[in-house]
Ligand binder design. Structure first.
Ligand code: UQ1
Length: 443
């Protein structure tokens, strides 16, 4: 049950203690402000909640539900239920913090302040920016209209509002083109646009409908995957399963009434192709939330929080760190990356709090369990240099059932039980143990 806090009137959950000892309604101050209660924000807050005293840690997050988004691909394929992917934010945030249930609308790092939609201004000593990136369905003409009509054939796993219509769309598919897109912007989980393509293809095979449907993957990127080892394996799968892959092909508009989609060739933008679809799975363009995007002091030209890619400390404001999807570090935007970044932010921010220089370096680790069918998965793991950084003592470019179980059952448990409590920094320790006697890191 939610209770409005009598001190700050901000809607703090009753378990969290209001830090506003000053009794001033519209202004708070705290030692550490974490903006964003998603994956990175919650994990960092959990760690600091054990270090900071009462009332020193504030988290700003407007959503009531905390989604484990990596499961959305499996929801789209009818393997998981949407209800299984979320928990209440109040149960995910650490007890020893104050939850301000509002949206950050303005960052003012020169004055160490963040303004919230509910009129509050929060002053901080240290700031962690973890606001994520948001799907911008509105950026593709006709997309919102297509998504709003369940039988339109247009669907997307990239939102809890739309993901439940992906499986029905897959089931309705009997002939024509099934087209899967990847936009020309950074996206969260860049493997997901093709995972849902493989799952649909596998589904059609199981249903005996595969021969009647053309499966097409249209990606803005020049490659199917950034890491050669896995890209080679994925190209082979596409060839074997007759999935047409078109690179540098970007969705620009949809006409839901005609069931057609227009694509541009990014190498020659005059060249446009219109394709008819029976199913169109759209990965929308994505951007950081306005408050960060518009804050020239904090963000780079692309709207991402401009941090040092090793220390994760802001390049202009030493008391500011960022992690997760909204950070400028050029890693793949995945929960696994956020996990590895959590420890770096935690240690380095403590160094800064003690007046020292940050010591830990993030190596760009990211991981992407590339689900290639209803019972198989390639677990890609790599670093900033796009070199494989594999946890297990076997070559991970093969499709395996064990990796599917890891993705579906084991990692969600790690996420809720360990990461959200600040106890999971990614699998680096396991990698070291597993590779001790078996094989070297770069084999
Ligand atoms: C991981 O740590 C992580 O973060 C919780 C994920 O996010 C969903 C992942 O998908 C993966 C693969 C990892 C890495 C974990 C192991 C055990 C290899």
């Amino acid at each position: 049950m939610l209770k409005v806090c009598r001190t700050c009137l901000s809607g703090c959950y009753k378990r969290s203690k209001c830090f506003s000892g000053s009794q001033i309604r519209n202004k708070h101050s705290c030692k550490l402000l974490v903006v964003g209660g998603g994956t990175g924000g919650c994990a960092v807050a959990a760690k600091f909640s054990r270090k900071l005293g009462k009332n020193e840690l504030v988290v700003v997050e407007h959503n009531d539900h905390h989604y484990y988004q990596p499961l959305f691909t499996l929801v789209g394929a009818g393997i998981e239920k949407l209800e299984e992917t979320w928990k209440n934010e109040k149960d995910v945030l650490p007890e020893n913090c104050t939850w301000v249930r509002s949206k950050a609308v303005k960052f003012d790092p020169k004055n160490n302040s963040v303004y919230c939609e509910n009129g509050e201004r929060i002053e901080y000593e240290f700031l962690v920016v973890a606001v994520g990136i948001e799907p911008r369905f509105d950026k593709i003409s006709g997309l919102l209209e297509g998504l709003s009509e369940p039988s339109s054939g247009v669907c997307s796993i990239y939102s809890p509002n739309y993901v439940n219509n992906v499986y029905p769309t897959m089931k309705n598919l009997t002939s024509g083109n099934a087209i899967f897109t990847f936009p020309s912007s950074p996206v969260k989980c860049p493997g997901a646009p093709q995972k849902i393509c493989y799952l649909t293809e596998d589904f059609l095979r199981k249903e005996g409908k595969r021969d009647h449907v053309n499966v097409i993957y249209n990606t803005s990127l020049p490659v199917i995957f950034g890491v050669k080892k896995y890209a080679d394996a994925l190209w082979k799968i596409c060839q074997e399963r007759d999935i047409a892959v078109n690179t540098r092909t970007n969705l620009i508009s949809i006409e839901p009434s005609k069931k057609t989609a227009m694509f541009e060739n990014l190498d020659n933008p005059q060249e446009r192709t219109t394709l008819a679809y029976s199913m169109l799975h759209v990965t929308p363009p994505m951007a950081t939330p306005d408050a960060l995007n518009r804050c020239a002091d904090l963000s780079n030209d692309a709207g991402f929080a401009e941090i040092d890619k090793a220390t994760l400390q802001h390049v202009k404001f030493p008391n500011v760190f960022a992690l997760g999807d909204c950070a400028s570090s050029p890693n793949s935007k995945t929960a696994a990356a956020a996990a590895a970044q959590t420890e770096v932010v935690f240690e380095n921010l403590q160094d800064v709090m003690r007046g020292k220089r940050p010591r830990l370096s993030y190596d760009g680790y990211a991981s992407c369990p590339l689900v290639t069918g209803f019972d198989r998965c390639i677990l890609a793991e790599f670093d900033y240099d796009l070199k494989p950084l594999e946890t297990f003592p076997f070559s991970q470019d093969k499709e395996r059932y064990s990796m599917f179980v890891l993705k579906k059952n084991i990692i969600p448990t790690i996420y809720w039980s360990l990461m959200m409590n600040g106890h999971w920094n990614g699998p680096a320790l396991f990698r070291k143990i597993m590779h001790l006697d078996f094989t070297s890191k770069d084999k």
